[in-house]
Design a protein around this ligand. Sequence first.
Ligand SMILES: Cc1cc2nc3c(=O)[nH]c(=O)nc-3n(C[C@H](O)[C@H](O)[C@H](O)COP(=O)(O)OP(=O)(O)OC[C@H]3O[C@@H](n4cnc5c(N)ncnc54)[C@H](O)[C@@H]3O)c2cc1C
Length: 387
Amino acid sequence: MESYDAIVIGGGIIGTATAYYLSKLKAKTLLLEADSLGCGSSGACDGFVIMQSKAPGPHLKMALASEELYRTLGDELDWDIEYENCGGMIVIETPREFAAMKTFMEKQREAGLDVELIDGETARKLEPALAPHIIGATVSKRDGQINPMRLVNGYTRAALRMNMEIKRHHKTVGFITGGEKVTGVKTNKGDFFADKVICCTGVSAPELMKTIGIELPVRPRRGQLIAAEPVERIIKRVMLCARYIAAKYHPELLENSRDESIRLGVGMALEQCRNGGLLIGATREFVGFNRNTTYDGIRSVANHAARMVPALKQIRAVRVFAGLRPYTPDGKAFMGTVPGYEGLYVAAGHEGDGIAYSPITGKIMAELMMTGNTSVDLEPFSLSRFH
Ligand SMILES: Cc1cc2nc3c(=O)[nH]c(=O)nc-3n(C[C@H](O)[C@H](O)[C@H](O)COP(=O)(O)OP(=O)(O)OC[C@H]3O[C@@H](n4cnc5c(N)ncnc54)[C@H](O)[C@@H]3O)c2cc1C
């Protein structure tokens, strides 16, 4: 019988972060992954560590705490995660967006984020690649970027050095319980035991939680992305557009639009990676677990981004792909204990922010599991909020 202090289910950015911080707290940890590490959403996304897109309140608080950790995370892991504190910009095209972003920004400033609203001319001085019709932007120095797959590897390598074990191709199919306590998990390759078990299976979390009668309202929300060839630096910061913010927080506004790109939830997310390659996104669509790309989706993403940064028209795409964001109805992840099941925890549903939130999620979930306390209030993220 194999027994551990803690079992982490799911080897994405959230599961590997949690396993790393558990190992740091000296917990004998087992990481179970159904397939290979990073094969889910964390391997099909951008690398924005952006504060400006976070709603003031619990979201922004978590993001700022995560950003603090990012500053030293590469050194701590002894691994290059390609973190750049490059700053970020949200690009504004219309007066209506300008007014909405002004209100959003003021609330963020009240919540402690260093962010400012600038006019189009000032935005073009900072980012000369922007189109002449851009009328303004918000900018923050606290935004940055990382390489998500390198971070999955970084957490894993560091945790392995502290004696974590990994079992890949081990799909968890249920929990082992004794009365109201979870004592282990059942996988397709046998049972494993631990006092503490955490479900970090992203968009698949509802399937696993259902085995013990827990309804977790996490839905896959597809994002289609274009990866373009490495070129000389054309942008200095990570960039979103104001429509991205609307698509993220108000899906109900998109569904019946006559404009195809609005219906597809297209908002620009543009970053230039360390090697000069560009990631250009993205759609926001509810199409179940379908991870295919579509011609209409990719065309809309390309046209929308090239309207704001015309130089993109000269750059060749090398591949297109899609990932699934783990969406929740109020935009907040589920992080905490599972009511009625002592020893069981969940960290899933980070929608389009799981990369930004990964260090703080891993840290507080490990704290909660091993000490019963956390340095951040988890009440807004509790499982019971929909019941
Ligand atoms: C297009 C796109 C762009 C994005 N851009 C950003 C961004 O710029 N910044 C940002 O912060 N976030 C971004 N995100 C969001 C981010 O990718 C996700 O929030 C994050 O990857 C979720 O991580 P996770 O570990 O919860 O899930 P996953 O990465 O999906 O990991 C879950 C893992 O669990 C495994 N698993 C599932 N079921 C089982 C089982 N039964 N047993 C064992 N293992 C199992 C899966 O195989 C998988 O490896 C983006 C997402 C998309 C789709």
